[in-house]
Design a protein around this ligand. Structure first.
Ligand code: KG4
Ligand code: ZN
Length: 347
């Protein structure tokens, strides 16, 4: 069974063809990143205009690389939320058009749940229960999976990736901030500056990263250029964020009594985070499942893989009624997928 996955939730136009829910035949990611750089963040209007220009080429290229044609596709899986509404609508509209023209079933996928799915591409899938940590530019959440997803905690202000991006901007670095800060941090001392760690109470699984970002701003304001070594700030900031992410993820495992953690999202590409989480978890006999580098940031292979699993689980096989639309604030566990009309409403 061939699934065409499409994700246009943010600034990447991503299309992928996946066979039987596991073999990635193509994984195309066009990014409008360089057009956003000078603004220090994604400009929604620019992102969706570029999606309109790029999406048909991305689909053509994904099919060509997979040596497939539209008539070979058995299912189209498209992200319907969360994300930028204009961007989401581009992917949804083209997915609907292809579904209608090719008489192909269409399934709408939750982007956050797809991020966790990316940890299982070309890897063994652990049995539930597990704790999931999604750390991306727009989201930071902890979830519990015991067949279905339950939200345990989420950020009350900035997402982890957003904090990296904002601190990079404060330091005069380029967007996206995560990779640049990680690289700079390699030459810095993570213990040089003790930036605040906001735990929001001993048992809270919520996050807050706006305080550490402001602390970086004040540190720069209060120290002269000679006193400041940017690499130390980068390393110390990164360490503060990682301390919080690791501590809260392991706390969630303790509360839920689970011994598996699945991580997804752009910040999951951070090597220091991986190393720290894996070694701290190992001391508690907890195993960590990570996506390979290319599947951490936005991609459509994760959407196709989750689409396949959801479709197999869904009892009906009729063609979608094409009522699918964007849900920009879609939350974790709210809806893993939607098949035309809400399946519960059609049964
Ligand atoms: O998952 P993603 O591609 O897009 C969203 O769904 O938001 O995540 C992008 C975010 C950006 O904020 C970027 O700075 C961050 O992931 N990121 C990183 C690293 N690579 C990307 N953060 C820390 N370390 C990295 N190596
Ligand atoms: Zn994402």
């Amino acid at each position: 069974m061939l699934v065409l996955g499409i994700d246009t939730s943010c600034d990447e136009t991503a299309v992928s063809v996946v066979k039987n829910g596991e073999k990635v035949l193509s994984n195309i990611v066009f990014s409008s990143l360089k057009l956003h750089k000078k603004f220090g963040g994604v400009v929604p209007e620019i992102a969706c205009r570029i999606h309109v220009e790029a999406v048909t080429y991305a689909i053509k290229q994904a099919l060509t690389e997979a040596k497939a044609e539209l008539r070979d596709i058995d299912l189209i899986a498209v992200t319907f939320g969360p994300g930028l509404v204009g961007s989401l609508l581009v992917g949804i509209s083209i997915a609907k058009s292809f579904s209608f023209a090719g008489n192909i079933p269409l399934i709408g996928i939750n982007h956050l749940e797809a991020h966790l799915e990316s940890a299982f591409i070309n890897r063994t899938r652990p049995n539930s229960p597990f704790v999931g940590l999604v750390v991306s530019g727009g989201h930071t959440c902890l979830v519990y999976n015991n067949g279905n997803y339950e939200l345990l905690g989420r950020t009350r202000d900035d997402a982890a990736g957003e904090a990296f991006d904002k601190v990079a901007k404060i330091l005069g670095l380029t967007y996206p901030g995560g990779p640049v800060i990680e690289q700079l941090a390699e030459d810095g001392d993570p213990e040089k500056i003790r930036f605040p760690r906001s735990f929001l109470g001993r048992d809270s699984l919520d996050f807050s990263f706006s305080g550490v970002k402001t602390a970086v701003l004040y540190y720069l304001r209060d120290h002269s250029a000679e006193e400041v070594k940017i690499a130390d700030i980068a390393a110390s900031f990164q360490e503060a964020v990682i301390d919080i992410l690791v501590a809260k993820t392991l706390l969630a495992c303790k509360i839920k009594r689970v011994d598996k953690v699945v991580v997804g999202g752009g910040v999951a590409a951070n090597c220091r985070l991986r190393k720290r989480l894996i070694s701290d978890a190992a001391e508690l006999n907890i195993k960590v499942y990570y996506p390979s580098g290319q599947f951490c940031t936005d991609n459509a292979a994760m959407v196709a893989v989750l689409g396949y699993r959801c479709y197999k689980r869904y009892k009906k096989r009729e063609i979608s009624d094409l009522s699918l639309t964007a849900v920009p604030n879609l939350g974790f566990g709210e809806k893993e997928y939607i098949f035309g009309k809400d399946p519960s409403a059609t049964s």
